[in-house]
Every structure is written in structure tokens, then in C-alpha cells.
Ligand binder design. Structure first.
Ligand code: SF4
Length: 369
């Protein structure tokens, strides 16, 4: 569990598993659930209230985000990694040709994305202390900020001083998943490499928020452990981060684990109905927080969930370095995709649902903060 929670795993489980229908109805009729109410919405009993949860979530979603859906694309700049995460195809033990993109290559990729109408970018890299240095990230941010309104990063955890440098260079957001909040499982899944340090990872959002990052992306990998307990930890973690970094916005993601190479058997798979219940519980409890839905999910699911929960989604994603402009489709990606629509197809579908696709996620008005 999130280590600063007063309740232990057994107590949280008891609350979730002993929730009654009457309690779920009470939570759904309240203005905003407290933490205990949130746990009720995760319960097995609440799975029978999905339609009522959808309606309540949709009210929150429309109140805080209108009918807009902002979209972005990930740009993989390196698939080199010194870590050994058992569930990831980029882990150090997996032998394949790896690369990190030169600044020229990054510019080619960026121009390909720009020509598709992408204006918000998520830079993604494995943990490679020799290749993906702070200087490399800083130089990348400086060339890309001329092309994109909003750039965030999903890279290895950094020091606060590094986040300050990147913020000054044009990075506005940091996404980092704890993967699992269960510490013994975390140790087992990360047998070697710097990522073994659970507590350093856990405090990443605090360092990024203190450095000024405006958007803090949080989540866990669905399928590694009991999703209800992980959700309780994520909610507690995000409340803790918000308390300390109140000027930053929280963005939740719920990536279901989808390995490519079948080398990892997902211990506790989460089905689509459970994923929807989880997202609805977060939208109802944290109405003002942002939420994104991954291309790991099908187009049908994504089209449905943007109407009740998520106001942000990726589009036209490639998960290999060089996947947009440089021939790289034969390379190993980080995970498999279930939505292969192009950016224009995603936009068309959003419009057909009477929602408005927005490519500009963030707009800088001032030359200084
Ligand atoms: S999950 Fe991240 S840190 Fe772990 S092996 Fe994959 S790329 Fe590396």
C-alpha cells in the first residue's frame, strides 16, 4: 500500500469487501465522496451500479472539461534501458537492436507528428544514464518547444534541480507510474537497476511539483496486483502529492499491462468492465483532475470512456524510437497497441460523438512564470 496511509491493506480490503448496496447509493447521492466513499465505489457491490456511476461521472466530466477532448502523441526518443522490469519488453535482458535518437532524428519525428496536427507531445525514454542525460533532454526540449505548445516527459525519475532545468527548457509535465504500490511485489518485479528504489520513485512527483512542473501524471500498471488495493493507494498518493504541490494538476492514467513478446504472464488481469468501474470511481471522486486513456485500449472503449471519464487521449501512437518518420516498424515496441487509428480518424470519431477534439493542450501566455 501507499506507505503513508494510516490504514493497512487488511483494513482497506475490509472496507471495500464489506461495502453494501445502501452505502454505494449514499455515496452516489452525495456531492463528492470522501476517501471511504471512494473505496465503496471500487467495491464488488458497486459493479452493479455502473450505469448510475456513468451518469454521475459524466456530470463531473462535462462540468470541468466541457465537451473537449485534448489529444497528444508519445515520441519515443530512446529504447535503451538499464533496468530489468520483468513486465517490460525494453528490459536490459531482452536482446534486440536499441537506439537513442539524435537531435536531427528527433526533429524528423517531430515534424512528422506536427504535419498530422499534433501540438502536445509526451517524450518517452527508458532509463539510460549514459545516453538520456539531463543535457540531452534539455537540448531536446529546446528544439521541440519551437514546434509544440505543450511537452511532457515520461523518463527515469530525476532530481528536483534537473526538473527545474527541464522546466526552464520548456517541459511542463512529468508522467511517472509507480507500477505497483505493493513493496514486496515491487522488489520482485524490479530485481536489478536503479528502479529498485521504491521510495525514490514514490517521491518523484513531489520533486517535479516543487520544481514547477504544471502537470503530474500518475498511475499504476493494471494487472500486476489487486486493482482495488492499487487504486486505493493511487488515490491516497495523489491526495498526498496535491497537498504538497497544490499548484500542479494531477493527471491519472490507467494502463493495462499488454506485453508484446508473451514473456511475462500477467498475474491478475483486469477486464474492461473493471477498468471502467475504476475510471468512474476516480472521475466521481476527483472531478477536477485530468484523466487520460491509453492506446492500449480499443477504439470502442476509448470512444465510450471519453464521454464519461477521460478528457485526454493519445492518437496515432507509435511506441518505438523513429516510429513516425524513420523506418522502425520492425523494432520492438514497449507494449502492444489496441487502437491503431490515425490522428485524423481519432478526431473524426470524437466529432461524431459531438465532442470537440483539441490539439493544443497548453498555451504559454507569458515569457516567464
Ligand atoms: S518499464 Fe521503463 S524502466 Fe522498466 S525496463 Fe521498461 S523502459 Fe526500462
Amino acid at each position: 500500500m501507499f506507505p503513508y496511509l494510516k490504514a493497512d491493506e487488511n483494513q482497506i480490503s475490509d472496507i471495500i469487501n464489506n461495502t453494501t448496496s445502501c452505502q454505494v447509493e449514499q455515496v452516489l447521492s452525495s456531492e463528492r465522496p470522501d476517501f471511504q466513499g471512494f473505496l465503496s465505489l471500487l467495491s464488488p457491490v458497486a459493479a452493479d451500479f455502473l450505469e448510475a456511476m456513468r451518469q454521475k461521472a459524466q456530470v463531473n466530466r462535462l462540468r470541468h472539461f466541457g465537451r473537449t477532448v485534448s489529444f497528444y502523441a508519445p515520441l519515443y526518443i530512446s529504447n535503451k534501458c538499464v533496468n530489468s522490469c520483468k513486465y517490460c519488453d525494453f528490459n536490459i535482458n531482452h536482446k534486440f537492436d536499441r537506439k537513442d535518437l539524435s537531435l536531427d532524428d528527433i526533429m524528423l519525428e517531430a515534424q512528422a507528428l506536427k504535419s498530422q496536427g499534433i501540438d502536445s507531445l509526451l517524450l518517452v525514454a527508458g532509463e539510460d544514464p549514459k545516453g538520456v542525460t539531463i543535457e540531452y533532454l534539455e537540448a531536446t526540449a529546446k528544439i521541440l518547444k519551437k514546434l509544440f505548445s505543450y511537452i511532457s516527459i515520461e523518463v527515469a525519475p530525476l532530481e528536483e534541480s534537473d526538473y527545474k532545468r527541464l522546466f526552464a527548457a520548456g517541459i511542463d509535465g512529468v508522467t511517472l507510474y509507480q507500477e505497483t504500490y505493493n513493496q514486496p511485489l515491487y522488489a520482485d518485479l524490479h530485481p536489478a537497476g536503479p528502479k529498485r528504489d521504491y521510495m525514490y520513485r514514490l517521491s518523484t512527483h513531489l520533486r517535479a511539483g516543487k520544481a514547477g512542473m504544471r502537470n503530474l501524471g500518475m498511475g499504476f500498471l493494471l494487472g500486476l496486483y489487486d486493482w482495488r488495493l492499487e487504486a486505493a493507494s493511487l488515490a491516497a498518493h495523489s491526495i498526498y502529492v496535491r497537498k504538497h504541490c497544490w499548484r500542479s494538476k494531477i493527471q491519472y492514467s490507467f494502463p493495462r499491462i499488454t506485453p508484446i513478446e508473451d514473456q511475462f504472464e500477467v498475474p491478475l488481469p483486469v477486464n474492461e468492465k473493471e477498468l471502467e468501474q475504476l475510471m468512474l470511481a476516480f472521475r466521481i471522486t476527483f472531478p477536477e483532475s485530468d484523466m487520460t486513456v491509453s492506446t492500449r485500449e480499443t477504439a470502442e472503449f476509448r470512444n465510450r470512456i471519453i464521454q464519461t471519464c477521460a478528457a485526454n487521449m493519445s492518437a496515432g501512437s507509435k511506441v518505438t524510437p523513429g516510429g513516425y518518420a524513420i523506418e522502425a516498424d520492425k523494432d520492438v515496441g514497449q507494449f502492444s497497441l489496441n487502437d491503431n487509428r490515425s490522428v485524423s480518424e481519432v478526431k473524426r470519431d470524437i466529432e461524431s460523438l459531438d465532442y470537440e477534439p483539441v490539439s493544443k493542450y497548453w498555451d504559454k501566455l507569458f515569457v516567464c512564470d
